[in-house]
Design a protein. Structure first.
Length: 149
């Protein structure tokens, strides 16, 4: 893995979090309009979303820079194809291109939004679709977060 050391995100367990209560229904609703097939998860975290997607017949491959998260995911969900990696790696060269790419609650953690976006688009097959989410904390809190770096 190249680029800055970004692997310090901590996970308590390999289960869904409260954020998935609103993220997963929306994602699954959108994915139901597509034939299940190959899907890449950029920022697979603890593997819990990838696990749910495989239960919906998606063939998921994913990466995350958190060695702890990937280890936790692989221990709990050994059938998943989840690896150490980040948006700063040449993921398309390593894993190929996909008709669907998901990246939930990841973009707010990246150092280079341009490189993240370039990697995400490189992972997409022509005509593919990406699902990206980021938390909204409210105007004043987001403004304070922006000022604090």
């Amino acid at each position: 893995m190249s680029g800055p050391d970004i692997g310090g995100y901590r996970w308590d367990s390999a289960v869904l979090t409260s954020a998935h209560d609103y993220l997963l229904p929306a994602l699954l609703r959108e994915l139901r309009m597509r034939q299940p097939g190959r899907l890449f998860e950029l920022g697979c975290g603890n593997g819990s979303v990838a696990h749910v997607l495989t239960q919906q017949d998606w063939d998921v491959t994913g990466v995350d820079p958190s060695a702890e998260g990937v280890a936790m995911a692989n221990a709990r969900y050994p059938h998943l194809k989840l690896y150490l990696g980040s948006a700063y790696d040449d993921l398309a060269a390593k894993y190929g291109r996909f008709p669907v790419v998901t990246s939930l609650e990841v973009v707010e953690h990246v150092y280079s939004a341009r490189q993240y976006a370039a990697t995400l688009f490189d992972l997409l097959e022509p005509g593919g679709v990406a699902f990206v989410s980021t938390p909204y904390h409210g105007y004043w809190k987001n403004l304070a977060l922006a000022f604090c770096g």
